[in-house]
Design a binder for this molecule. Structure first.
Ligand SMILES: [Zn+2]
Length: 147
């Protein structure tokens, strides 16, 4: 029992439940495409910089971007094996989190590597995209595996 200022702290138990509704706004196309097993990136209409995750406004020059289909095969740029993670991911530890290089994409794509031994992943490893059959509308709808 804890005493605060000589009084037992008052504890009130109430059931708490909410539906959390949010929007992906102008990058909704990225999540909709995952359901179609496509990976969508954006290209700046002014300087040509390519973005994945997509951006509706260029991070280099601020101009608008257009959508295009990104390749589904690339290679591991760098990786980390996670033995601890946020609560939602604890049941999955240990797992591999990696930055993926994709041809024609100027940025790196952060994602999980699945179906790969923790000792088998390496920088430069060829990988291919895989998609969740029943989408959850989250970044976890896509991951990569050894190609
Ligand atoms: Zn630009």
């Amino acid at each position: 029992m804890t005493h605060v200022y000589n009084t037992d702290p008052l504890q009130v138990h109430r059931h708490y439940e909410i539906d959390y509704i949010h929007s992906y706004g102008e990058v909704s196309e990225f999540f909709i495409a995952l359901k179609k097993k496509k990976l969508m990136a954006t290209r700046c209409l002014s300087c040509g910089a390519t973005w994945l995750p997509p951006r509706r406004d260029c991070g280099k020059c601020g101009a608008k971007t257009e959508w295009f289909e990104a390749p589904l095969q690339g290679k591991v740029h760098t990786f980390s094996v996670l033995h601890f993670a946020a609560e939602a991911f604890l049941p999955e530890v240990p797992f591999i989190l990696a930055y993926i290089e994709l041809p024609g994409i100027d940025t790196l794509f952060l994602t999980k590597i699945k179906n790969c031994g923790l000792e088998d992943v390496y920088v430069g490893m060829p990988v291919k995209a895989k998609f969740r059959r029943l989408v959850d509308w989250t970044p976890n709808d896509i991951w990569f595996e050894p190609a």
